[in-house]
Design a protein around this ligand. Structure first.
Ligand SMILES: Nc1ncnc2c1ncn2[C@@H]1O[C@H](COP(=O)(O)OP(=O)(O)O)[C@@H](O)[C@H]1O
Ligand SMILES: [Mg+2]
Length: 284
């Protein structure tokens, strides 16, 4: 199981010498069990990719804890644990080395030629493509190579960050079917990170909704979503609102249901059912 406990991450705004920080993740807690399909949705800028880098152990949080199978991830052990959580990126053309053949790229994950060919077949690619360079492949084929690479690396968990955004609709559908097929025995924990709510809802057993660096809702089906932000996101109505206050609910300025308490107090995420949590005083 992967577990994040109140993870914080901030980045410097502007230049290196700047003392101005932006909190990108604010006490994010989540877990992904073995073989589970978990979705993370939110608008662009919500902090999804930052969260992806922490889940895949590419970065450590500033505060809070990350556990992999109950073992705490530290500066010391992070490098040895990294391979256990793989990542498939949005743009496959930038995640593959243009100067290396597909075979050489995959050999970095496994030396076993037979195994490479077996996995290559599993992701629906013909052997002749092994000798080619990334630019000779279509976007869909490149993304299949990226998937083959994480499977060969024997990652037990894979984060897919906007993995279909660069692909056309029919290629998207084929890749989605491929992923369902690969994990039909639930050998892997899959984490789908995207602004595409329909796609994530289709693929996931459970979904976290991220709004400006905070989890505002957890649900096993978006059609049962109750947080005002999630409802607005689903209906496509979300409007960006400038809000510099640090107190109160993070969604206060844009919320159609806000009341006095929301201005002063910050709601905690409250579990109101199995796999059902919401950060909103309407449900307090
Ligand atoms: N390495 C970084 N340095 C500075 N700011 C960053 C860095 N990575 C992300 N950010 C900022 O963090 C915020 C969230 O970014 P990101 O995690 O990419 O969101 P998302 O993937 O949801 O669009 C953005 O405002 C972005 O500019
Ligand atoms: Mg992103």
């Amino acid at each position: 199981m992967i577990e994040l406990k109140c993870v914080w991450k901030r980045y410097k705004k502007g230049t290196f010498f700047s003392k101005d920080f932006v909190e990108v993740l604010k006490c994010v807690s989540l877990n992904v069990r073995k073989g589970e399909h978990v979705g993370i949705i939110g608008e662009s800028g919500a902090g999804k990719s930052t969260l992806s880098r922490i889940i895949t152990l590419l970065e450590l949080p500033d505060r809070g804890e990350v556990f992999l199978d109950n073992e705490k991830i530290t500066k010391k052990n992070v490098k040895t644990k990294r391979g256990e959580v793989g990542m498939v990126f949005q743009d496959p053309s930038t995640s593959l080395d243009p100067k290396m053949t597909i075979l050489s790229t995959l050999k970095e994950a496994s030396k076993d030629r037979e195994e490479i060919e077996a996995v290559f077949g599993k992701v629906g690619l013909k052997k002749v493509l092994l000798e080619k360079y990334p630019h000779e492949l279509s976007g869909g084929e490149q993304q299949r190579v990226a998937i083959a690479r994480v499977l060969l690396a024997k990652s037990r968990y894979v984060v897919f960050d906007e993995f279909t955004s660069a692909l056309d609709v029919s290629t998207q559908a084929r890749i989605v079917n491929l992923l369902c097929d690969i994990n039909k025995n639930r050998d892997y924990g899959f984490i789908f990170v995207s602004h595409d709510v329909k796609l994530v809802n289709f693929l996931s057993d459970r979904i976290y909704v991220l709004y400006k660096g905070e989890i505002v809702e957890e649900t096993d089906d978006l059609k049962d979503a109750i947080h005002p932000y999630t409802r607005m996101l689903l209906s496509g109505e979300v409007v960006e609102t400038e809000d510099k206050r640090s107190e109160g609910c993070g969604f206060y300025a844009a919320c159609p249901y806000r009341f006095e308490r929301c201005k002063r107090e910050k709601p905690d995420i409250k579990m109101i059912g199995k796999n059902k949590g919401v950060r909103c005083f309407l449900y307090d």
